[in-house]
Design a protein around this ligand. Structure first.
Ligand SMILES: [Ca+2]
Length: 172
């Protein structure tokens, strides 16, 4: 049985899944976070004999635990969809994360995830920069492109974090 770390390493060879552009707007006084899904580009083709039918699912999370779920409309047969759809969340505390998963809608069977990004205080790289830009610019929407990662890779990291947090917190 593979450990989560081995799984992450095995999947690090980056297959191109596509990119998603979203904006984050945080109003500290109102405790409100607005996520706007703007567009996606170069998405992976998921349908045999077609393109993909992408939509974006947004999870609002706290310490890796899902609190709320929202989703965009489905854009049929497109690898470069435009959404311009926004979702607001009430922020209970600072320790929150936003996960955006791009999925391919299928009429029959389960919808497959194309890729995913997680934005929050514990993110790294571009995701981390976006999050700190948002916090540094209250009330202003900050837009940025993100490369999608494999859902399994992101979930493994979230799982690791969730299982580590109870052990790390007493040390901080
Ligand atoms: Ca499809």
């Amino acid at each position: 049985k593979k450990t989560h770390v081995e799984y992450i390493e095995r999947n690090n060879t980056s297959e191109k899944l596509g990119d998603v552009c979203l904006s984050l707007r945080y109003v500290p006084t109102a405790g409100k976070l607005t996520v706007m899904i703007l567009e996606a580009k170069n998405l992976k083709k998921m349908d045999v004999g077609g393109l993909s039918d992408p939509y974006v699912k947004i999870h609002f999370m706290q310490n890796g635990k899902r609190l709320k779920k929202k989703k965009t409309t489905i854009k049929k047969n497109s690898l470069n969809p435009y959404y311009n759809e926004s979702f607001s969340f009430e922020v209970p505390c600072e320790q929150i994360e936003i996960a955006a998963t791009v999925l391919d809608y299928d009429k029959i069977g389960k919808n497959d995830a194309i890729g995913k990004v997680v934005l929050g205080a514990s993110s790294t790289g571009t995701e981390q920069r976006h999050w700190s830009d948002m916090l540094a610019n209250p009330r202003r929407p900050i837009a940025q492109w993100h490369s999608l990662r494999h859902q399994e890779e992101v979930n493994s990291l979230l799982y690791l974090m969730q299982s580590l947090i109870p052990h790390i917190l007493p040390l901080i």
